[in-house]
Design a protein around this ligand. Structure first.
Ligand code: ADP
Ligand code: MG
Length: 344
């Protein structure tokens, strides 16, 4: 499957902004981004529910050739979708799954067996003949997953499959994804929870404001997006009007040691301040020597401004923190001043 410069507008809003991605057979690709990043819109286009305003979606046909979904949706390899939390009303899982299996031309004689197998896998077998309106949100979500794969599709596309699930069911879903991978299926899974899917994905596309800002293996993302950060926690609370001049002074005085190429998505300037935790975050060149120099300068030149109570490198996963930054960043400008954990 291949997405070529795919775009979609809602009015003036460019919800999906020239996304290009290539997914190989048998790969699990995670589409990860904060709410509103454009994941569902992208998936709805792949599902042929929404039309792209620009770009194309190429999917393999039964002869192994890439074919434009919107020019010719016939004879493509089978796909299965889970989009939004399904509402199945008064049907039973058996009726519902049988219906979807028939709709997708799954061999009639195998349908019952397939339904039982999948219901058992998700611990829903005893609910086979109960109506879905009695199901919890998590059970409906699991049934939605089963519906997505009932016809044994080659490509499985899941939008937030973990929504509404308790920890046990989340583990079931991860096991399910791994099982599908072992059967050679291609899986495309969207989530706003990086850690939930990073473990099962071969590659992750990080999406923000409709754009893919990175697309790589978790390992490479960790290396390429690597930022060298120093946390400088201070004892006193700074008066808000003093923060900006101090940041400027820090950038000036520490200049030889600060990072010059920090991704603006992560930090527009190499020094930030978080008034809640009373921490400066410095992006520096990563050298031991620089760390020593920075500390020296902080003590000698900023002694009258603040007292350092902690000077360290962050311990949490680099990628997780970068992702957190992206999520923080999506707050509309008008709300920025009122966010609780605001970083200036
Ligand atoms: N039907 C719609 N009409 C107008 N705007 C929409 C519609 N659906 C989504 N959006 C907007 O498009 C952007 C992307 O939404 P969506 O694709 O649902 O993101 P995600 O699935 O990553 O949370 C958001 O800003 C959202 O508010
Ligand atoms: Mg969504």
């Amino acid at each position: 499957m291949k997405l070529n410069e795919l775009s979609h507008y809602y009015g003036d809003l460019k919800a999906v902004d020239e996304i290009s991605l290539e997914v190989q057979k048998g790969e699990i690709i995670g589409l990860v981004g904060p709410n509103g990043a454009g994941k569902t819109t992208t998936i709805k286009m792949i599902a042929h529910i929404l039309r792209p305003d620009n770009g194309e979606i190429l999917i393999r046909n039964k002869h192994g050739e890439l074919q434009n979904l919107f020019k010719n949706p016939r004879n493509l390899i089978q796909r299965g979708f889970l989009i939004d939390i399904p509402e199945f009303y008064k049907m039973t899982p058996y009726q519902l799954l049988k219906y979807f299996a028939k709709l997708a031309n799954y061999p009639k004689e195998k349908i019952d067996e397939r339904i039982d197998e999948l219901l058992k896998m998700f611990n829903l077998f005893e609910w086979k003949y109960k109506t879905v309106d009695k199901f919890s949100k998590g059970m409906k979500q699991k049934l939605g997953l089963i519906q997505a794969v009932i016809h044994d599709p080659e490509i499985i596309i899941l939008d937030e499959p973990q929504t509404g699930l308790d920890p046990k069911a989340r583990i079931e879903v991860r096991a399910f994804i791994k099982d599908m991978k072992s059967q050679g299926k291609t899986i495309f899974v969207a989530s706003h929870l990086l850690h939930e899917i990073s473990e099962v994905c071969d590659k992750v596309a990080l999406l923000n404001r409709g754009q893919v800002i990175a697309f790589d293996t978790i390992e490479n993302l960790e290396t390429n997006l690597k930022t060298n950060e120093l946390i400088v926690q201070i004892l006193e609370s700074l008066d808000s009007e003093k923060i900006e001049p101090i940041i400027k002074q820090l950038i000036q005085n520490l200049d030889p040691y600060l990072a010059k190429d920090v991704d603006p998505n992560i930090a527009p300037r190499p020094v930030k301040y978080d008034p809640i935790s009373k921490e400066f975050i410095l992006y520096y060149d990563g050298k031991k020597r620089s760390r020593a120099e920075i500390l020296k300068i902080l003590f000698s030149q900023f002694n009258s401004e603040f007292t350092i109570s902690l000077f360290s490198q962050p311990k949490s996963s680099q990628l997780e923190r970068i992702y957190e930054e992206l999520i923080k960043d999506k707050t509309p400008i008008s709300q920025k001043n009122s966010v609780k954990r605001g970083v200036i």
